[in-house]
Design a protein around this ligand. Structure first.
Ligand code: SAM
Length: 292
């Protein structure tokens, strides 16, 4: 089967199968071999690796992954792509295609069964409409992970990588950085896809921490605090958290929080009583969550 990482071969396959792009599945297929090679390099795939690909499309990146990895498992929701994948991947015996919604697949079980519970690598040109649930699902469901190397919307990549005091910094930055080190490795223009997406794209690599740098007694409470702190971004923490009134905890119970509680906690941390959430580091949010 011809290499799909160029427009001519991709268009030939799409015509052969009379394929209709489905907007609702975020289908923008890669047609640039330089970008594909860059993604494979950034993911540092070796013959030891089990790679999970989310949304293989017609199998373009899957071909590259199959060449470099020990085994590839590709999960595709669109059943009309399955016969195409059988065709484009027919010369590889190390690829398994699963026709399912990635959000419904038990990925922890998959890593246990196929990789003996050892960390897997995730590589994908993601469907942009479900970027956050996919990534947070991988982290929160404790899927053993080495890294996630993904093409996503540029603005979302910027938010994942942002630090305190910047306009992009928020709940997503903190949620991602709690689990992994983010690095944007490539900017990709709409012309590298068919059809062209209406937004710019970035490839970002999230390297999962082996040892978590931040530890808290109750992660759910920390994330409840972070969300509440950015819900009213322009308000001070004292007002924003005081208005929220409570934080959710892992046990399912809510802890009441008053303005005074927040003032006292900030004083203990030697922070200004008028500070906003966007100025706090992850370490400071962790401390604040333990104090409240
Ligand atoms: N990997 C291909 C490429 O780079 O050319 C296609 C990438 S395209 C941006 C996203 C792919 O994800 C599509 O094939 C789409 O059908 C698939 N997809 C969308 N939602 C999905 C879901 N919930 N579960 C699994 N696959 C999904």
């Amino acid at each position: 089967m011809a290499n799909l990482g160029n427009p001519t071969n991709t268009i030939e396959i799409l015509k052969k199968y009379n394929f209709n792009f489905q907007k609702k599945f975020g289908q923008n297929f890669l047609i640039d071999s330089n970008v594909l090679e860059h993604i494979i390099d950034a993911a540092e795939i070796t013959k030891d690796d089990l790679v999970l690909e989310i949304g293989p499309g017609i199998g373009t990146m899957t071909q590259y992954l199959a060449e470099h990895a020990r085994e590839v498992v590709a999960v595709e929701i669109d059943e009309t792509l399955i016969p195409i994948l059988q065709d484009t991947l027919s010369s590889y015996d190390n690829v398994t295609v699963i026709n399912d919604d990635i959000l419904k697949v038990d990925l922890k079980k998959l890593a246990d069964e196929r990789n003996g519970g050892r960390p897997i690598k995730v590589v994908a040109n993601l469907p942009y409409y479900i970027t956050t649930p996919i990534i947070m699902g991988l982290f929160e469901n404790e899927v053993p992970l080495k890294s996630i190397t993904i093409m996503i919307q540029k603005e979302v990549a910027d938010r994942m990588q942002a630090g305190p005091g910047t306009k992009d910094y928020g709940a997503l930055s903190l949620a991602v950085q709690f689990y992994a080190k983010p690095e944007v490795v490539l900017q990709v223009s709409p012309g590298c896809f068919i059809p062209k997406p209406g937004v710019g794209s970035s490839v970002i690599r999230l390297t999962r921490y082996e040892e978590m740098p931040i530890r808290v007694q109750d992660e759910k409470k920390l994330f409840s605090l972070i969300r509440a702190s950015f819900n009213q971004r322009r308000k001070t923490l004292v007002n924003g958290l005081g208005n929220a009134g409570a934080l959710k905890t892992a046990s399912g119970k809510s802890v009441p929080v008053t303005k005074e509680d927040v003032q006292n906690a900030l004083a203990k941390m030697e922070l200004s009583p008028t500070i906003r959430g966007e100025a706090l580091t992850l370490e400071q949010f962790a401390r604040l969550s333990e104090l409240l």
